[in-house]
Design a protein around this ligand. Structure first.
Ligand code: FMN
Length: 457
């Protein structure tokens, strides 16, 4: 069978999608805090044979801009955010084959807790769970967890490496078949097939035994989206599915080839690489263009500044729009540093202005991710070109919800299937099976060490 793309839905358990203006859309659902909303989207995605729906997360609302939350709350700029595990389970219980992922932070949680909650989800869903491993981004998140500031970038990843060792160690503590359930003999499980982890490291100590047996897919699929040198070394060491942002096909082609080489060096070339994109599809080109114009009219200037300050962990209210950043200020920018680098690249200046940052990031607007727009055939053409040159599938972001997913499933999925680019049905019963990933051997990850050349970048 020829190579086929993986499709993932970029879900938010919040009042808007990735695109803040989405909640102002006349067709947006207002019941984003209800069970019905997540059940409905789950069923739509499963009808469209999506491999996975994953929920992103942030542990604070965007209040870095001017150190204030008033604009954020008033304008609904990702102002409400539910715990993604709750919505993930809700969606999972309403579906049978769709993979279900949630984001949890290695900086603010304990590994035992994260290992347990995801292993439980995985068992409950018969082997369909995934964990998007993030190290979090900003000081507002730190403040909610009793810290004065966010941990330094590379230190976050050092902590995250050890976090993964503890989580995977716990996930390996129950061997397959450990549960015998022998009622008559009075034996529930074989103690020889359950172990303690006894982890003692610089960041964590955790004893075990773990409380959750192994799931049908071994353990939840690990998702990662590191983009810096250190982030990519982490991603290629642990990630089984990678999320990326490629601002254009040309950038994507280079970055994809490079990342594939890094994955090959780590013995993980099967890992799918999937960029985040928007799709705006209409029955005719004119209908798609009208949809896009309406969507674009929904953005407000406050959206961009609040979200830029949030993602770069920098208060942009300190500077006027035309002011250039000094070298020291550029160094102080944290969070998603790829945006800083893009602002430098796109402006052609070593010291870009606030306005140039806003433009380069696309935060608060639809240009945050590439947009595939047009008729079903035109959208499929663009996806096909990217898929053939720069990725293994896509993280489809909704311009508004649930309408964007309904349109995509109704119009684009059949076209992709007709071209043989996307599966007609789920082949496996676990997420791992559907993504074409092998079931992990217990403790196999211990022999996978980061390549020195990668870790040093
Ligand atoms: C598609 C996608 C989804 C992401 N989701 C989250 C998220 O839910 N929460 C979060 O804190 N970071 C999220 N990130 C950010 C990454 O985890 C990572 O921090 C970022 O890409 C910067 O890379 P770096 O840490 O190597 O600098 C996401 C990134 C991408 C590309």
């Amino acid at each position: 069978m020829s190579r086929q793309m993986k499709l993932i839905a970029f879900m938010q358990a919040q009042n808007c999608t990735n695109y803040t203006g989405s909640w102002r859309h006349a067709a947006s659902a207002t019941n984003w805090h209800s069970k019905d909303y997540y059940e409905h989207i789950g069923r739509v995605l499963e009808h469209g044979k999506f491999h996975l729906a994953f929920f992103d997360d942030r542990l604070a609302i965007p209040d870095r801009f001017g150190d204030d939350f008033v604009q954020t709350v008033a304008n609904g700029i990702r102002a409400a955010k539910l715990d993604p595990m709750m919505t993930a389970l809700t969606m999972g219980l309403a579906t049978e084959k769709l993979g279900i992922g949630a984001t949890y932070s290695t900086t603010y949680y304990e590994p035992f807790h994260v290992a347990r909650i995801f292993a439980s989800l995985d068992l409950m869903l018969g082997g369909r769970a995934a964990w998007n491993v993030v190290t979090s981004l900003n000081d507002s998140e730190a403040a909610n967890f009793g810290r004065s500031e966010h941990l330094a970038h590379d230190l976050r990843y050092d902590r995250a490496d050890e976090f993964m060792e503890v989580v995977l160690g716990h996930w390996d503590s129950w061997e397959d078949g450990a549960i015998v359930h022998d009622r008559e003999g009075g034996v529930f499980a074989d103690p020889a097939r359950v172990g303690r982890l006894d982890h003692r490291g610089p960041f964590f100590q955790s004893r075990g035994p773990f409380t959750v047996p192994r799931s049908p897919q071994g353990h939840p699929v690990v998702i990662q989206a590191g983009q810096s040198g250190r982030g990519k070394a982490f991603a290629t060491r642990w990630g089984e599915l990678l999320f990326v942002i490629y601002p254009s096909l040309a950038v994507g082609q280079n970055s994809y080839a490079e990342l594939k080489m890094q994955l090959a060096a780590a013995g993980r070339e099967a890992t799918p690489i999937t960029p985040a994109v928007y799709a705006i599809v209409g029955e005719t080109r004119a209908m798609a263009e009208d949809k896009r114009a309406y969507l674009e009219s929904l953005a407000k200037p406050a959206d961009a500044l609040a979200l830029l300050s949030e993602v770069l962990n920098y208060d942009f209210s300190r500077k006027a729009p035309g002011d250039a950043f000094t070298d020291e200020e550029l160094d102080a920018i944290g969070g998603l540093r790829a945006i800083r680098d893009r602002a430098i690249r796109m402006s052609g200046k070593t010291n870009p202005t606030v306005e140039e940052f806003v433009r380069a990031s696309g935060r608060g607007t639809l240009s945050e991710f590439p947009i595939f727009m047009g008729t079903p055939a035109e959208v499929a053409d663009q996806m096909q070109e990217w898929f053939e040159k720069a990725c293994d599938g896509f993280v489809i972001s909704a311009t508004h919800s649930p309408g964007a997913y309904e349109d995509f499933v109704r119009l684009v999925v059949p076209e992709l299937q007709r071209r043989g680019l996307f599966h007609h049905d789920y082949e496996g019963s676990t997420l791992r099976g559907n993504l074409g990933l092998t079931r992990p051997e217990p403790r196999a990850w211990r022999s996978e060490r980061p390549q020195p050349a990668l870790a040093a970048q």
